[in-house]
Design a protein around this ligand. Structure first.
Ligand SMILES: *[C@@H]1O[C@H](CO)[C@@H](O)[C@H](O)[C@H]1NC(C)=O
Length: 420
């Protein structure tokens, strides 16, 4: 009882203090006071990549991209849609060059997450075949792939475990990164240290969340944050993990078991129509791992100014060189989930205020969004910044006569079948 009284008092105090620092009429533009972080993280957030790199976009048969999209336009709206938007933005970007001779980077527009089940879930099972087929196509028609075996090529692979192309971690680890991509730079949502599906030099990006839809759900900026902790989503996945404990490594089930009847935890499996509004009324938003360590909640929390509580050990977050995640978020080790209430209630109002002020920085929100059309500072520009920072390429990326790095015949037999 004593704890719950203390917590309620904290909420009342915080609500009063924090009222003026809610969200803003425009997602990314704000006149409200916000804090910028001094130091290294954040310094590159507003970099302009234009003039710092040139990208050549391969022209592929439409079966690798446009036809997939026409077959099921739902893949334009799901959390993996960055693969489509990056393609669209690049076509009209000033960093694009039509002359491959002068390109720093080569981009192959292949939509590997656009093959959906009738329910709209992306099936990654044909993605490896499709990717191999696209790379075979470019390597036969242009000399640039063979020149480096892909070391100056980048690919957008936004699926759960990136280029491992499986949604279950164990399977993804067993598969490993598609062998023909081992020299390329991967732009992916999956990020976890010491993991078979994240290789050095990858660019970790936010998942796609529809900017216009979030915009449509903004509530008046001075609305008090009367919810202490908020979460909506699955606690277990009975279909794929009937025994329990494997999905989310048990962390979500533990949140539910420990806090389902705790009055300061507003948590449930129901996804209400007011989901986005609720996040704007909350102080802390839980971002636990699911099948993968990341989820759209990371983006939604930043956009809606709700302090992300990240429960995903060893997660590598999007654009870590630009976004000061350690300052804006709270990190809770998976093993400490049972202590979540004391961890969060012992964070001082000053600390909460500071995190909220940093989150209010419009540049931070802009970096999480694939705005349409692309705008300076958005997620697309952060990707370009990441690619520009990897230049110039080391001269050792060139493949010398007689050298061969990639093994086209490795991988599960099914992956080696032609893609049709
Ligand atoms: C690139 O190498 C592959 C395999 O050695 C070969 O089949 C292909 O023709 C080469 N591409 C070009 C453009 O020479």
């Amino acid at each position: 009882m004593a704890t719950s009284f203390a917590v309620n008092t904290v909420i009342v105090i915080l609500t009063l203090i924090l009222a003026p620092i809610a969200v803003f009429p425009n997602l990314a533009v704000s006149a409200e006071p916000h804090e910028r972080l001094s130091g290294t993280a954040g310094d590159v957030l507003e970099d302009d990549p234009v003039g710092r790199l040139k990208v050549f976009v391969y022209e592929l048969p439409s079966k690798y991209n446009q036809k997939m999209l026409e077959k099921d336009p739902r893949c334009l709206r799901h959390m993996f849609a960055s693969e489509i938007f990056v393609h669209q933005f690049l076509l009209s970007s000033p960093v694009r060059t039509l002359n491959p001779q002068e390109a720093d980077w080569f981009y192959t527009p292949v939509y590997t997450t656009c093959d959906l089940t009738p329910n709209g879930f992306p099936l990654p099972f044909k993605s490896p075949q499709m990717m191999r087929s696209a790379i075979q196509y470019i390597s036969k028609r242009w000399p640039y792939w063979n020149r480096t075996e892909g070391a100056d090529h980048f690919f957008v692979v936004p699926h759960d475990f990136g280029a491992c192309f499986h949604y279950q971690e164990e399977q993804a680890i067993n598969r490993g990164i598609l062998p023909v991509l081992l020299r390329a730079t991967l732009v992916q949502t999956f990020g976890q240290s010491y993991h078979a599906c994240l290789k050095d030099g990858s660019i970790v990006v936010p998942p796609y969340c529809p900017p216009q839809k979030m915009q449509n759900h903004l509530i008046p900026p001075r609305t008090p944050r009367s919810i202490f902790v908020y979460f909506r989503g699955l606690y277990n996945d009975a279909f794929n993990d009937p025994q329990g404990g494997y999905y989310a490594r048990g962390a979500r089930a533990s949140v539910w078991e420990n806090f389902k009847s705790n009055p300061v935890f507003d948590i449930s499996t129901l996804h209400p129509a007011t989901y986005y509004e609720d996040m704007q009324r909350a102080i802390f938003c839980l971002c636990p791992l699911g099948w993968a360590p990341w989820s759209p909640r990371l983006v939604e929390s930043v956009i809606f100014g709700c302090i992300p509580v990240i429960i995903a050990d060893d997660i590598v977050l999007p654009f870590t060189d630009a976004i000061p995640w350690n300052e804006i978020a709270v990190f809770v080790p998976e093993i400490d989930v049972p202590k979540l209430d004391t961890i969060l209630t012992s964070i001082s109002p000053d600390e909460i205020l500071r995190k909220q002020r940093l989150l209010a920085n419009p540049a931070m929100k802009q970096a999480m969004l694939f705005t349409q059309p692309a705008e300076p500072g958005d997620a697309f520009h952060q990707i370009l910044n990441g690619l520009a920072r990897k230049l110039p390429h080391d001269s050792s990326i060139s493949v010398q006569p007689g050298q061969q790095f990639l093994n086209w015949n490795s991988g599960p037999p099914g992956d080696l079948q032609p893609w049709e």
